[in-house]
Design a protein around this ligand. Structure first.
Ligand SMILES: Cc1ncc(COP(=O)(O)O)c(C=O)c1O
Length: 423
């Protein structure tokens, strides 16, 4: 990654200074691999912002998308309908084992979070109008629109909303590294949630089951179930942000399945079209919809909502995932990676924690500079990783072979050792 090789084009980029063209320029993606413009091949341990679970260039998905583009790219879903939207909703109902849910579509994860918050707001209004506050994790990330940024307490996004709901943040407090998965951390967070719901106007709890941007943080075992129980005790809605964890990433179709928890609303997006185009969704339990005003509409909609081409790509992605057993592969390859990294790095100098679930395995270093060096060294060795603060995450596609997984683990271990030795 050589910043001097940046182009002088007029391109501005997300989450970067306006003229920052640092980082590699890629020209090709095939399966688990990317090729940069110098011809350097790297394993894509970012899965294209966690989107490409089936690997780059998955033929059936691309073909279905192109075929639908040729047949009918788009209709205005607020006026008329097209078959791919129906097909996708029915396929998703099967993936979610026929629970009584209805699926609403948007484009980005952020839009889908906004949509979920709108539904929650309608529900709370039908319930008497109070309890408009929302509870989220302090280190949660829910997107980049103004509302979504205000939901997060992360330093790069967290800011008090100028208007809109009051946000209460759940913090891990004194718990860091491995301690974040401890029984004591579980009790601390559940107690804090109970106290917020008892003493405030909060009626909606919006959490990630596994924190992505916050640092690849796994929740303590059992906490999601506790959160569900506390929500039930206080009549609060549980909205799960599965934008990162949904559609197979953690080795289950949805991360809440690991804990056997049933949310009221589930938001998901990454992986839904295997990176072919933007699409996000909210699954809303029928019991929530039943409480909304009968003639009322859900006040959301975007020009490209539920575009037939995007829905066709998503149907093909789900079919391809079934055909290739991608969810089981995410579970098994992810476990192999986690074992290898844990064996080599757990307790070593400079490493605070090795954690993960499915194909999202993180190494937490003891400072941001070391994590940056790990990222650079790993790239030179042939692994394109995801650095977030002091954490480096490996989130490759599920088409990674065992040999490739071992090679990726080797590169990461070597990069960590070199980065720590160079300090
Ligand atoms: C958990 C979570 N929620 C929401 C979002 C926002 O999604 P998008 O970037 O598509 O708006 C992200 C994106 O990384 C995410 O990880």
């Amino acid at each position: 990654m050589n910043p001097r090789k940046g182009t002088a084009s007029a391109l501005g980029r997300p989450w970067r200074a306006p003229r920052d063209h640092g980082g590699p320029t890629f020209t090709e993606g095939r399966g688990a691999w990317l090729v940069d413009r110098d011809g350097h091949r790297v394993i894509d341990a970012t899965s294209g912002a966690l989107n490409v679970l089936c690997g780059h260039g998955a033929g059936p998905v691309v073909d279905a998308y192109v075929a639908q583009l040729r047949a009918l790219a788009h209709v205005d879903m607020s006026q008329g309908l097209a078959r791919p939207g129906h097909l996708l909703a029915d396929r998703l109902r099967d993936v979610r084992r026929g629970r009584g849910e209805r699926f609403f579509f948007a484009n980005s994860g952020s839009e889908a979070i906004e949509l979920a918050v709108s539904v929650a707001r309608l529900y709370r209004a039908a319930d008497g109008g109070g309890r408009t506050d929302i509870v989220t994790f302090e280190r949660g990330y829910h997107g980049s629109t103004a509302l979504c940024q205000s939901l997060s307490g992360l330093p790069q996004t967290g800011r008090a909303p100028a208007s809109g709901p009051r946000i209460h943040h759940l913090a891990f407090g004194e718990f860091t590294g491995e301690g974040q998965r401890s029984h004591r951390a579980r009790r601390h967070i559940a107690d804090r949630l109970r106290s917020i719901l008892a003493r405030s106007a909060a009626g909606t709890v919006l959490v990630e089951p596994f924190l992505n941007v916050g640092g690849g943080i796994r929740l303590p075992a059992g906490l999601l179930g506790d959160i569900r129980r506390v929500c039930d005790e206080h009549g609060a809605l549980l909205v799960l942000d599965e934008v990162f964890t949904g559609i197979g990433r953690t080795g289950a179709w949805f991360a809440h399945e690991h804990e056997n928890v049933r949310p009221d609303l589930t938001v998901f997006s990454k992986g839904l079209t295997n990176g072919v185009c933007a699409l996000s969704a909210v699954a809303v339990d029928e019991h929530v919809l039943e409480r909304l005003p009968a003639a009322g509409v859900v006040p959301y909609g975007h020009t490209m909502s539920a575009s037939p081409a995007a829905c066709a790509a998503a149907v093909a992605t789900l079919d391809h995932m079934h055909a290739t057993d991608a969810v089981a592969a995410a579970r098994d390859i992810g476990a192999r990676l986690l074992r290898a990294l844990g064996r080599e790095l757990h307790g070593t100098d400079g490493v605070l924690d090795v954690r993960g679930q499915g194909l999202a395995v993180s190494v937490e270093l003891d400072d941001v500079g070391t994590a940056e060096t790990v990222q650079q060294v790993a790239y030179g060795l042939g692994a394109y990783t995801r650095q977030q603060g002091a954490t480096v995450m490996l989130a490759p596609p599920a088409c990674l072979s065992r040999d490739e997984a071992d090679r990726l683990a080797d590169h990461a271990v070597t990069a960590v050792r070199k980065a720590v030795a160079a300090r």
